[in-house]
Design a protein. Structure first.
Length: 326
């Protein structure tokens, strides 16, 4: 009798374990990325995989968005019930897998948010999982970045024209101490940058780009301005930011890195190579000579030019610069 009792108990435990209703997986299908790309026409489905016991089947699947009931499917129903929060955004009469959310194209930004799939068995047992859905939209228009020497003619400089209504976020600090007082315009660079329309709001870091580190080593505020268009997308830009060459580390360049939070999207923008600007940034020569009053010296340097970093370089290639001390 004792052996029979133990066998019965084990059978009951195993039976209860297999009867449990569980959500085994919740995720987005239709792309290798875990987010909806608004520029592709892929069939995106927010899929909820579940399992239950053979004698306690699931009879209802409910979807919540931000804890608000948005979608209900019952196994004995012809079609799911779609609430206003998702009405028009998902298929109301899916021919396959009606328990899942089949998003319509083109997707709107408003479908992004936190979703919860809740499954209910006939016994009343429930289980749920949540998923944070992102929508990414990057305009087909190109990024623009331009650097020129302040003394150059600015004719032909591209202008940034926004035809849509937008709000302005100027919370980023304005660039300061980037130009030396009294510096000549031949040693001052003027930098402009603009992104296309992006959703969601991107993180933008601009500054000195190092090829050795393959990234921005020193970030500059550069007066970055964020514009939000009426459709919710963002554009980042700054125009005509002056930066003295001596502020830029030798062999570095001016660049911006743009990335989207919680995604693998990253864009590196460096201005197109310009021989004149490259020579200004990478120029090097003999250290500058200072006249200490206590030494009572007169210093003259012949056949030399002063670089933007205050160093001396020979005027003619192959000929030395000569310093005279008296």
């Amino acid at each position: 009798m004792e052996a029979l009792f133990v066998i019965c108990c084990l059978t009951a435990i195993i039976h209860l374990g297999y009867s449990a209703t569980t959500v085994s997986w919740l995720g987005l299908t239709g792309s290798s990325n875990p987010y909806i790309d608004a520029r592709t026409q892929a069939e995106y489905v927010l899929k909820c995989d579940y399992r239950s016991g053979y004698d306690d089947e699931v009879y209802m699947v409910r979807w919540y968005k931000h804890n608000m009931l948005a979608y209900t499917w019952e196994t004995d129903s012809v079609s799911p019930s779609v609430r206003s929060i998702l009405q028009g955004h998902v298929d109301s009469f899916p021919t396959d897998e009606p328990a899942n959310l089949h998003f319509r194209w083109p997707p709107e930004y408003s479908v992004a948010g936190n979703y919860t799939c809740e499954v209910t068995a006939r016994s009343g047992a429930t289980d749920s999982k949540s998923f944070s859905l992102l929508v990414v939209d990057i305009s087909n228009k190109d990024y623009t970045t331009h650097v020129h020497v302040m003394s150059e003619d600015e004719e032909g400089e591209s202008t940034l024209d926004y035809s849509e209504d937008y709000t302005i976020d100027t919370s980023e600090p304005v660039a300061a101490d980037l130009v030396h007082d009294g510096d000549d315009t031949d040693c001052t660079l003027v930098w402009s940058f603009a992104s296309p329309a992006i959703y969601p709001r991107p993180n933008v870091t601009c500054g000195f780009y190092s090829y050795l580190h393959n990234g921005i080593t020193t970030a500059l505020p550069a007066g970055l301005t964020m514009h939000q268009f009426t459709n919710g997308s963002w554009k980042a830009y700054f125009k005509h930011t002056p930066i003295h060459v001596s502020r830029i580390p030798p062999h570095d360049r001016l660049g911006c890195i743009v990335n989207l939070p919680d995604t693998n999207y990253e864009k590196m923008l460096i201005y197109e190579d310009d021989t004149t600007i490259d020579l200004l940034i990478d120029s090097s020569g003999c250290p500058s000579l200072t006249n200490e009053p206590s030494h009572n010296l007169e210093i003259e340097v012949e056949d030399a030019e002063v670089t933007c970093r205050g160093e001396y370089t020979p005027t003619r290639r192959g000929s030395p610069a000569v310093a005279s001390l008296r």
